[in-house]
Design a protein around this ligand. Structure first.
Ligand code: GLV
Ligand code: GLV
Length: 333
């Protein structure tokens, strides 16, 4: 019998992806926007050799206990903090992500948060639609120039670099900090590598674009917000967990910073009493960095290609737990 690939959520352009998967697998596809009930999810998982998921599905040890046949977990996301990689590796299960295809789309969204924060777009839209606009006023919705301002990018991977290219078009002065130097971008874009402290002190917009790992968890906290300029904005479209959200709330309440543009939060969705909901200077988006039709379709196809490789015994292009290959002596049986 063919191995079962379980897809517990709706994916865009599913026909193409399903046809591709059906060449080698039986596909258990649930055309669902909402998360499946836990028991329904576990029923599917019970039979699955492959699992294709978005990052809202958290795959930890107790979940894997319900997946006796599992060989492959293919995330439809670049981030994979939703996966317990040690546990997957220990069990001989290969895991993959979908880098590259979403880089430009996510950079568009992150940069739009710079614009939305500086020029108060969300607040202004709400003002008009709620009927508050009674005439042009000299000081109405005055904001901060984006062009010519200093953008500090903490975490300079593919997405960070794509954001810098957009910022260059706005004639911004770009500072960055990263584990490694990116000399090509330093030359091509004129970006400047500086210590994080200096980046925080000098930037008008501080943007964090790192994966969530034990090393990056809450890396932006009281001390970091304390170093920022009072008229600077904090931007995050990576993972909420890299920021100490309580510290961000304090910094906003105490006016240590001017505002924030956020696509991600410590707990998603944020609850109905969250302090951000009553802060007009905080732009809140519902984790939509990669959310375009074109990119979500490419992500699903890329996840399917990784799935095909693993279930057919080939090393997938986007393997995120490479040790699984040595653990299993070259195969993922
Ligand atoms: C989405 O947040 C992703 O990691 O792709
Ligand atoms: C993701 O693609 C990153 O490297 O930032």
């Amino acid at each position: 019998a063919k191995p079962v690939v379980f897809i517990p959520s709706k994916i865009p352009e599913e026909e193409k992806v399903l046809r591709f998967l059906e060449e080698f697998a039986e596909v258990d596809y649930r055309d669902e926007e909402e998360m499946l009930d836990e028991e329904v999810f576990y029923e599917g998982l019970q039979r699955a050799s492959g699992l294709m998921i978005y990052s809202r599905n958290k795959i930890r040890s107790h979940v894997l206990d319900r997946a006796p046949l599992l060989k492959a977990v293919c995330n439809i996301a670049v981030g994979y903090d939703n996966l317990d990689l040690n546990e997957l590796t220990r069990r001989g299960i290969a895991a993959t992500n979908t880098p590259d295809v979403l880089t430009e789309t996510t950079a568009d969204l992150a940069f739009s948060l710079v614009l939305a924060s500086g020029r108060r777009l969300a607040e202004a839209d709400h003002f008009v639609k709620s009927g508050g606009w009674n005439g042009w006023l000299p000081s109405l919705m005055l904001g901060k120039d984006v062009h010519g301002a200093t953008l500090g990018i903490i975490g300079y991977g593919r997405i960070g670099s794509a954001i810098a290219r957009r910022a260059k078009g706005f004639n911004m002065n770009i500072l960055y900090n990263n584990l490694v130097r990116e000399e090509r971008d330093e030359q091509e874009l004129g970006i400047q590598f500086v210590p994080v402290e200096e980046l925080l002190q000098r930037s008008d917009f501080v943007l964090v674009q790192v994966p969530l790992t034990p090393q990056t968890e809450k890396m932006i906290s009281d001390k970091q917000f304390g170093l920022m300029k009072k008229d600077a904005y904090f931007i995050n479209a990576s993972r909420g967990g890299v920021v100490d959200e309580a510290a961000l709330i304090r910094a906003l309440q105490e006016k240590q910073i001017a505002g924030a543009g956020l696509d991600v939060f410590e707990h998603e969705p944020i609850d109905k009493t969250h302090p951000f909901l009553s802060m007009p200077n905080v732009v809140t988006l519902p984790h939509i960095g990669s959310a375009t039709w074109q990119t979500r379709a490419k992500m699903a196809m890329k996840a399917a290609e990784n799935m095909a490789a693993i279930l057919q015994g080939r090393r997938p292009v986007n393997l995120v737990n490479p040790n699984v290959w040595t653990v299993k002596d070259g195969t993922v049986q």
